[in-house]
Design a protein around this ligand. Structure first.
Ligand SMILES: [Zn+2]
Length: 190
């Protein structure tokens, strides 16, 4: 059952599983940011919530770390070639990100600061706590559908700095098939 708790001023959703077999509380954080707390039947809800509050700092740090990981694709480029590729495509990638952000933000109307195009090894995009949005220049190598998903994903982090069910609901408002697009990132990159 879906529960909510406020940890250090942040509203978090978590899934509570009451188990008659569990002997102790168990907290699992999945890569997509889902938080699952398994609570033995003999313990009270109050006890479980105290447990989450005690672990707040750890939980929040773990959730912030959940990243938009890139599949381990290899562009076939390295060193100077990769740098040249980045420099050649950076401006187009910026223009793409800027216009798509503008497009989707007509719906969300969130405030963001700077848009940066980078060449990170492991991520398609990221959002900083200050509201800066960063994208990989290789966004242009994706299908338009997958690239739009990355754009909306980072945009929605401005409102939900986590991967909670609430975050995914927000993403689904403009990308209802986000799950499919997300999966496509893992194996269909050109
Ligand atoms: Zn994310």
């Amino acid at each position: 059952m879906l529960q909510q708790i406020k940890l250090q001023g942040r509203e978090l959703d978590y899934i509570l599983k009451i188990s008659s077999r569990a002997r102790r509380l168990r907290l699992t954080i999945y890569g997509d940011g889902r938080l699952v707390l398994t609570q033995p039947r003999f313990l009270s809800r109050r006890f479980a919530e105290d447990f989450l509050r005690e672990k707040a700092a750890w939980i929040l740090a773990r959730l912030d770390k959940a990243k938009e990981s890139m599949s381990p694709l290899d562009s076939g480029l390295s060193g100077a070639d990769l740098r040249a590729d980045y420099l050649a495509k950076k401006a187009d990638a910026y223009e793409f990100a800027r216009t798509r952000l503008e497009h989707f933000n007509k719906f969300y109307n969130f405030a963001y600061q700077k848009i940066s195009i980078r060449n990170p090894r492991t991520r398609w995009g990221s959002c900083s706590r200050k509201g800066n949005l960063n994208f990989s220049y290789r966004l242009l190598d994706l299908t338009p559908e997958a690239a739009d998903y990355i754009i909306v994903h980072e945009l929605c982090h401005l409102a939900q700095f986590n991967h909670s069910p609430r975050f995914w609901r927000l993403v689904s408002r403009t990308i209802p098939d986000y799950d499919e697009r997300r999966r496509s990132l893992r194996n269909k990159i050109r």
